[in-house]
Design a protein around this ligand. Structure first.
Ligand SMILES: C[S@@+](CC[C@H](N)C(=O)[O-])C[C@H]1O[C@@H](n2cnc3c(N)ncnc32)[C@H](O)[C@@H]1O
Length: 301
Protein backbone atom coordinates (compact mmCIF):
# COMPACT_ATOMS: atom_id res chain seq x y z
CA UNK A 1 0.00 0.00 0.00
CA UNK A 2 2.81 2.34 0.88
CA UNK A 3 4.91 1.74 -2.19
CA UNK A 4 2.46 0.93 -5.01
CA UNK A 5 1.04 3.48 -7.32
CA UNK A 6 -2.51 2.24 -7.18
CA UNK A 7 -3.98 4.47 -9.83
CA UNK A 8 -1.23 3.66 -12.32
CA UNK A 9 -1.95 0.01 -11.71
CA UNK A 10 -5.64 0.66 -12.18
CA UNK A 11 -4.84 2.12 -15.59
CA UNK A 12 -2.68 -0.86 -16.50
CA UNK A 13 -5.48 -3.07 -15.36
CA UNK A 14 -7.95 -1.48 -17.72
CA UNK A 15 -5.58 -2.06 -20.62
CA UNK A 16 -4.87 -5.57 -19.42
CA UNK A 17 -8.56 -6.31 -19.41
CA UNK A 18 -8.93 -5.00 -22.92
CA UNK A 19 -11.06 -2.05 -21.87
CA UNK A 20 -10.97 1.51 -23.10
CA UNK A 21 -8.54 3.77 -21.28
CA UNK A 22 -9.54 5.34 -17.98
CA UNK A 23 -9.12 8.73 -19.56
CA UNK A 24 -11.67 7.92 -22.18
CA UNK A 25 -13.99 6.69 -19.46
CA UNK A 26 -13.65 9.93 -17.54
CA UNK A 27 -14.53 12.06 -20.49
CA UNK A 28 -17.05 9.89 -22.36
CA UNK A 29 -20.17 8.19 -21.01
CA UNK A 30 -19.94 6.78 -17.48
CA UNK A 31 -18.57 3.23 -17.23
CA UNK A 32 -21.23 0.53 -17.30
CA UNK A 33 -21.69 -0.93 -13.84
CA UNK A 34 -22.00 -4.48 -15.14
CA UNK A 35 -18.74 -4.21 -17.08
CA UNK A 36 -16.95 -2.77 -14.04
CA UNK A 37 -18.30 -5.55 -11.81
CA UNK A 38 -16.97 -8.14 -14.23
CA UNK A 39 -13.54 -6.50 -14.19
CA UNK A 40 -13.61 -6.30 -10.40
CA UNK A 41 -14.42 -10.02 -10.17
CA UNK A 42 -11.40 -10.75 -12.35
CA UNK A 43 -9.25 -8.75 -9.95
CA UNK A 44 -10.51 -10.76 -6.97
CA UNK A 45 -9.87 -14.07 -8.66
CA UNK A 46 -6.59 -13.26 -10.45
CA UNK A 47 -3.88 -15.74 -9.50
CA UNK A 48 -0.21 -16.12 -10.35
CA UNK A 49 0.75 -13.70 -13.08
CA UNK A 50 -2.86 -12.60 -13.41
CA UNK A 51 -2.90 -11.18 -9.89
CA UNK A 52 -2.33 -7.46 -10.19
CA UNK A 53 0.63 -6.09 -8.28
CA UNK A 54 -1.61 -3.50 -6.63
CA UNK A 55 -3.87 -6.24 -5.28
CA UNK A 56 -1.94 -6.91 -2.06
CA UNK A 57 -3.16 -9.98 -0.16
CA UNK A 58 -0.34 -10.67 2.28
CA UNK A 59 -0.01 -7.82 4.75
CA UNK A 60 1.43 -8.95 8.06
CA UNK A 61 0.15 -8.07 11.51
CA UNK A 62 2.90 -5.47 11.85
CA UNK A 63 1.70 -3.88 8.58
CA UNK A 64 -1.81 -3.75 10.06
CA UNK A 65 -0.44 -2.08 13.20
CA UNK A 66 1.34 0.55 11.08
CA UNK A 67 -1.64 1.25 8.81
CA UNK A 68 -4.53 1.14 11.28
CA UNK A 69 -5.26 3.86 13.86
CA UNK A 70 -3.52 4.06 17.19
CA UNK A 71 -5.17 1.68 19.59
CA UNK A 72 -5.49 -1.32 17.30
CA UNK A 73 -2.48 -3.18 18.73
CA UNK A 74 -3.76 -2.55 22.25
CA UNK A 75 -7.31 -3.67 21.39
CA UNK A 76 -5.95 -6.90 19.91
CA UNK A 77 -3.69 -7.54 22.87
CA UNK A 78 -6.60 -6.94 25.27
CA UNK A 79 -8.88 -9.56 23.68
CA UNK A 80 -9.75 -12.25 26.20
CA UNK A 81 -9.97 -15.97 25.37
CA UNK A 82 -13.76 -15.79 24.94
CA UNK A 83 -13.64 -12.74 22.67
CA UNK A 84 -13.60 -12.61 18.86
CA UNK A 85 -11.82 -10.75 16.04
CA UNK A 86 -13.19 -10.44 12.48
CA UNK A 87 -10.88 -9.33 9.66
CA UNK A 88 -13.02 -8.20 6.70
CA UNK A 89 -11.13 -8.62 3.44
CA UNK A 90 -8.32 -10.70 4.86
CA UNK A 91 -6.60 -11.90 1.67
CA UNK A 92 -4.30 -14.71 2.81
CA UNK A 93 -5.16 -13.93 6.43
CA UNK A 94 -1.53 -13.28 7.29
CA UNK A 95 -2.30 -10.74 10.02
CA UNK A 96 -4.53 -13.30 11.76
CA UNK A 97 -1.89 -16.02 11.35
CA UNK A 98 0.73 -13.73 12.88
CA UNK A 99 -1.55 -13.26 15.91
CA UNK A 100 -1.61 -17.04 16.51
CA UNK A 101 2.13 -17.44 16.00
CA UNK A 102 3.92 -18.32 19.26
CA UNK A 103 6.10 -15.22 18.78
CA UNK A 104 3.11 -12.88 19.13
CA UNK A 105 3.46 -11.33 22.56
CA UNK A 106 0.66 -8.98 23.70
CA UNK A 107 3.08 -7.42 26.22
CA UNK A 108 4.66 -5.57 23.29
CA UNK A 109 1.36 -3.68 23.00
CA UNK A 110 1.32 -2.84 26.69
CA UNK A 111 -0.55 -5.78 28.18
CA UNK A 112 0.89 -6.68 31.60
CA UNK A 113 0.79 -10.46 31.51
CA UNK A 114 1.43 -12.85 28.63
CA UNK A 115 -1.96 -14.14 27.53
CA UNK A 116 -2.38 -17.86 28.07
CA UNK A 117 -5.13 -18.47 25.52
CA UNK A 118 -5.75 -16.29 22.51
CA UNK A 119 -9.11 -15.03 21.28
CA UNK A 120 -10.98 -16.55 18.31
CA UNK A 121 -10.69 -15.05 14.85
CA UNK A 122 -12.54 -15.15 11.55
CA UNK A 123 -10.72 -14.08 8.37
CA UNK A 124 -13.10 -13.18 5.52
CA UNK A 125 -12.30 -12.92 1.82
CA UNK A 126 -14.39 -13.09 -1.34
CA UNK A 127 -11.93 -15.53 -2.91
CA UNK A 128 -10.10 -18.32 -1.11
CA UNK A 129 -6.49 -17.16 -0.65
CA UNK A 130 -5.45 -19.64 2.00
CA UNK A 131 -1.89 -20.95 1.87
CA UNK A 132 -0.42 -24.09 3.51
CA UNK A 133 0.45 -21.93 6.54
CA UNK A 134 -3.26 -21.50 7.20
CA UNK A 135 -3.85 -25.23 7.74
CA UNK A 136 -0.61 -25.57 9.73
CA UNK A 137 -1.85 -22.88 12.12
CA UNK A 138 -5.38 -24.34 12.33
CA UNK A 139 -3.78 -27.61 13.45
CA UNK A 140 -2.22 -25.82 16.47
CA UNK A 141 -5.37 -24.11 17.81
CA UNK A 142 -8.67 -25.33 19.24
CA UNK A 143 -11.48 -26.34 16.86
CA UNK A 144 -13.37 -23.26 15.61
CA UNK A 145 -10.83 -20.89 17.21
CA UNK A 146 -9.62 -19.88 13.77
CA UNK A 147 -11.93 -19.77 10.74
CA UNK A 148 -11.60 -18.62 7.13
CA UNK A 149 -14.86 -17.76 5.37
CA UNK A 150 -15.02 -17.03 1.65
CA UNK A 151 -17.27 -17.22 -1.40
CA UNK A 152 -19.37 -14.10 -0.85
CA UNK A 153 -19.11 -10.53 0.33
CA UNK A 154 -19.68 -9.31 3.87
CA UNK A 155 -23.16 -7.98 3.19
CA UNK A 156 -24.38 -11.49 2.30
CA UNK A 157 -23.63 -12.88 5.78
CA UNK A 158 -26.09 -12.77 8.66
CA UNK A 159 -25.34 -12.20 12.34
CA UNK A 160 -26.64 -15.73 12.97
CA UNK A 161 -24.00 -17.17 10.65
CA UNK A 162 -21.04 -15.22 11.99
CA UNK A 163 -21.95 -14.24 15.56
CA UNK A 164 -20.72 -11.05 17.21
CA UNK A 165 -17.21 -9.65 17.52
CA UNK A 166 -15.43 -7.37 19.97
CA UNK A 167 -12.86 -6.33 17.36
CA UNK A 168 -13.31 -5.87 13.59
CA UNK A 169 -10.59 -4.75 11.18
CA UNK A 170 -10.52 -3.92 7.48
CA UNK A 171 -7.22 -3.03 5.77
CA UNK A 172 -8.04 -2.18 2.14
CA UNK A 173 -10.72 -4.89 2.19
CA UNK A 174 -14.50 -4.56 1.92
CA UNK A 175 -14.50 -0.95 3.19
CA UNK A 176 -12.31 0.12 0.25
CA UNK A 177 -13.77 -2.27 -2.34
CA UNK A 178 -17.54 -2.39 -1.78
CA UNK A 179 -19.91 -0.65 -4.14
CA UNK A 180 -22.37 -0.19 -1.25
CA UNK A 181 -20.53 1.44 1.64
CA UNK A 182 -23.69 2.15 3.67
CA UNK A 183 -24.68 -1.52 3.59
CA UNK A 184 -21.16 -2.57 4.53
CA UNK A 185 -21.15 -0.24 7.55
CA UNK A 186 -24.59 -1.48 8.61
CA UNK A 187 -23.34 -5.05 8.49
CA UNK A 188 -20.08 -4.30 10.31
CA UNK A 189 -21.96 -2.48 13.07
CA UNK A 190 -24.53 -5.26 13.41
CA UNK A 191 -21.69 -7.75 13.90
CA UNK A 192 -19.88 -5.53 16.42
CA UNK A 193 -20.71 -5.85 20.14
CA UNK A 194 -21.54 -2.71 22.08
CA UNK A 195 -18.16 -1.30 23.25
CA UNK A 196 -16.45 -3.22 20.45
CA UNK A 197 -14.21 -1.34 18.01
CA UNK A 198 -13.91 -1.31 14.22
CA UNK A 199 -10.55 -0.17 12.83
CA UNK A 200 -10.24 0.67 9.15
CA UNK A 201 -8.58 2.94 6.57
CA UNK A 202 -9.22 4.58 3.21
CA UNK A 203 -6.61 5.80 0.78
CA UNK A 204 -6.60 9.01 -1.21
CA UNK A 205 -9.79 10.53 0.21
CA UNK A 206 -10.72 14.06 1.28
CA UNK A 207 -9.49 14.30 4.86
CA UNK A 208 -11.56 15.50 7.79
CA UNK A 209 -10.01 18.97 7.74
CA UNK A 210 -10.52 19.28 3.97
CA UNK A 211 -6.86 20.31 3.75
CA UNK A 212 -5.59 17.76 1.19
CA UNK A 213 -5.78 17.40 -2.58
CA UNK A 214 -6.20 14.19 -4.62
CA UNK A 215 -2.90 12.33 -4.71
CA UNK A 216 -2.75 11.99 -8.51
CA UNK A 217 -2.79 15.29 -10.37
CA UNK A 218 -5.85 15.63 -12.57
CA UNK A 219 -7.61 12.69 -10.90
CA UNK A 220 -10.39 12.88 -8.32
CA UNK A 221 -10.17 11.42 -4.81
CA UNK A 222 -10.45 7.63 -4.97
CA UNK A 223 -13.62 7.48 -2.82
CA UNK A 224 -15.97 10.44 -2.60
CA UNK A 225 -19.16 11.04 -0.66
CA UNK A 226 -21.22 13.85 -2.15
CA UNK A 227 -23.95 15.84 -0.45
CA UNK A 228 -27.06 17.23 -2.14
CA UNK A 229 -25.01 20.20 -3.40
CA UNK A 230 -22.57 17.82 -5.10
CA UNK A 231 -19.71 18.59 -2.68
CA UNK A 232 -17.44 15.80 -1.46
CA UNK A 233 -17.85 15.77 2.34
CA UNK A 234 -15.31 12.94 2.83
CA UNK A 235 -15.71 9.59 4.54
CA UNK A 236 -15.03 10.93 8.04
CA UNK A 237 -17.95 13.40 7.97
CA UNK A 238 -20.28 10.65 6.72
CA UNK A 239 -19.18 8.22 9.44
CA UNK A 240 -19.85 10.92 12.03
CA UNK A 241 -23.49 11.04 10.92
CA UNK A 242 -24.00 7.41 12.00
CA UNK A 243 -25.74 7.10 15.35
CA UNK A 244 -24.52 4.97 18.29
CA UNK A 245 -20.83 5.16 17.36
CA UNK A 246 -17.84 7.28 18.36
CA UNK A 247 -15.54 8.03 15.44
CA UNK A 248 -11.94 9.22 15.44
CA UNK A 249 -10.39 10.08 12.08
CA UNK A 250 -6.64 10.45 11.67
CA UNK A 251 -4.86 11.52 8.48
CA UNK A 252 -1.55 9.92 7.53
CA UNK A 253 -0.28 12.31 4.89
CA UNK A 254 3.18 10.72 4.75
CA UNK A 255 1.84 7.51 3.20
CA UNK A 256 1.80 7.01 -0.57
CA UNK A 257 -1.04 7.39 -1.39
CA UNK A 258 -2.03 9.20 1.83
CA UNK A 259 -4.36 7.35 4.18
CA UNK A 260 -7.15 8.42 6.45
CA UNK A 261 -7.71 6.01 9.33
CA UNK A 262 -10.92 5.43 11.28
CA UNK A 263 -11.40 4.15 14.80
CA UNK A 264 -15.09 3.44 15.40
CA UNK A 265 -16.43 2.36 18.79
CA UNK A 266 -20.01 1.13 18.99
CA UNK A 267 -21.77 2.73 21.96
CA UNK A 268 -25.34 1.39 21.66
CA UNK A 269 -27.48 -0.84 19.45
CA UNK A 270 -29.76 1.76 17.83
CA UNK A 271 -27.42 2.28 14.88
CA UNK A 272 -28.73 4.33 11.96
CA UNK A 273 -26.54 4.66 8.87
CA UNK A 274 -27.28 7.50 6.41
CA UNK A 275 -28.03 5.83 3.10
CA UNK A 276 -26.15 6.58 -0.11
CA UNK A 277 -26.52 5.77 -3.79
CA UNK A 278 -23.58 4.69 -5.89
CA UNK A 279 -22.94 7.28 -8.61
CA UNK A 280 -19.71 5.87 -10.01
CA UNK A 281 -17.80 2.62 -9.65
CA UNK A 282 -14.67 1.98 -11.70
CA UNK A 283 -12.91 -1.36 -11.12
CA UNK A 284 -9.43 -1.14 -9.63
CA UNK A 285 -7.17 -1.92 -6.71
CA UNK A 286 -9.11 -0.47 -4.98
CA UNK A 287 -11.95 0.76 -7.23
CA UNK A 288 -12.77 4.41 -7.75
CA UNK A 289 -16.13 5.20 -6.15
CA UNK A 290 -18.53 8.11 -5.86
CA UNK A 291 -21.44 7.85 -3.44
CA UNK A 292 -24.26 10.37 -3.13
CA UNK A 293 -26.01 10.90 0.18
CA UNK A 294 -29.72 10.16 0.07
CA UNK A 295 -32.18 12.53 1.75
CA UNK A 296 -32.17 12.16 5.60
CA UNK A 297 -35.66 10.59 5.57
CA UNK A 298 -34.30 7.47 3.86
CA UNK A 299 -31.87 6.55 6.68
CA UNK A 300 -32.64 2.99 7.76
CA UNK A 301 -32.62 2.07 11.45
C1 LIG B 1 -6.41 -6.07 -1.45
S1 LIG B 1 -6.94 -7.49 -0.53
C2 LIG B 1 -6.42 -7.02 1.11
C3 LIG B 1 -6.07 -8.23 1.93
C4 LIG B 1 -5.54 -7.98 3.34
N1 LIG B 1 -6.37 -7.11 4.12
C5 LIG B 1 -4.13 -7.44 3.28
O1 LIG B 1 -3.97 -6.27 3.61
O2 LIG B 1 -3.22 -8.19 2.89
C6 LIG B 1 -8.71 -7.24 -0.50
C7 LIG B 1 -9.48 -8.31 0.25
O3 LIG B 1 -10.79 -7.82 0.50
C8 LIG B 1 -11.73 -8.80 0.11
N2 LIG B 1 -13.01 -8.10 -0.14
C9 LIG B 1 -13.26 -7.13 -1.04
N3 LIG B 1 -14.54 -6.73 -0.94
C10 LIG B 1 -15.09 -7.43 0.06
C11 LIG B 1 -16.39 -7.46 0.65
N4 LIG B 1 -17.37 -6.67 0.22
N5 LIG B 1 -16.62 -8.35 1.65
C12 LIG B 1 -15.63 -9.16 2.08
N6 LIG B 1 -14.38 -9.17 1.58
C13 LIG B 1 -14.12 -8.31 0.58
C14 LIG B 1 -11.08 -9.50 -1.04
O4 LIG B 1 -11.69 -10.72 -1.32
C15 LIG B 1 -9.65 -9.63 -0.49
O5 LIG B 1 -9.58 -10.70 0.41
Amino acid sequence: MKSTSTRVIALLLLQFLGAASALAQNTASPPSLEAERTKQEKIYHGRGELRLEGYVIDRSLSAYVRALPNGFAQSLANLGPEERWLDVGAGQGLAVLDYYAPEYDPRQAGRRERQIKKASAVAMSIEDRRTPRWQQTVDTVEPKQLQYVFGKSLREYTVDELGRFQLITDVIGGFSYTENLALLMEKVLSLLSVNGTFYTVAQDVRNEAGSNKPHYAGEPFLSQIKNAAGEDIGICAWLKKISCIEVTCEYKGDWTPPLETYKIRKTCNAVTVPQMKSERFVAGTPPERVFVLASPASAKP
